[in-house]
Design a protein around this ligand. Structure first.
Ligand SMILES: [Cu+2]
Length: 96
């Protein structure tokens, strides 16, 4: 029993923070030109339960999505949302 608690503590301290990490996703979007575009995209992603924060850089045409701890948003869903909003995904980059 003791070793089990010890093993669990080690797991909680060492493994869990690595696994349960928020993800930073940078999406290059084509066709996003004004703050209305930005607002629409922000709204779309904010509504997804895995998403913690959305920021739009209109100069660089990049949507930055920060997920909640241990969550992720698949590429297909990002592409789908951007396409549905009338824009085009150029590139999706992820930082763990
Ligand atoms: Cu616009």
């Amino acid at each position: 029993m003791k070793w089990l608690i010890a093993a669990f503590s080690v797991f909680a301290m060492v493994v869990a923070p690595v696994v349960a990490h928020a993800e930073e996703i940078s999406v290059s979007v084509k066709g996003m030109v004004c703050s209305f575009c930005a607002q629409g995209i922000k709204k779309t992603f904010s509504a997804q339960k895995e998403v913690e924060k959305v920021a739009v850089d209109l100069d660089k045409k990049i949507v930055s999505i920060t997920t909640k701890q241990g969550e992720s948003v698949p590429d297909e869903r990002i592409t789908q949302a951007i396409t549905d909003a009338g824009f085009e995904v150029v590139e999706i980059k992820r930082q763990k």
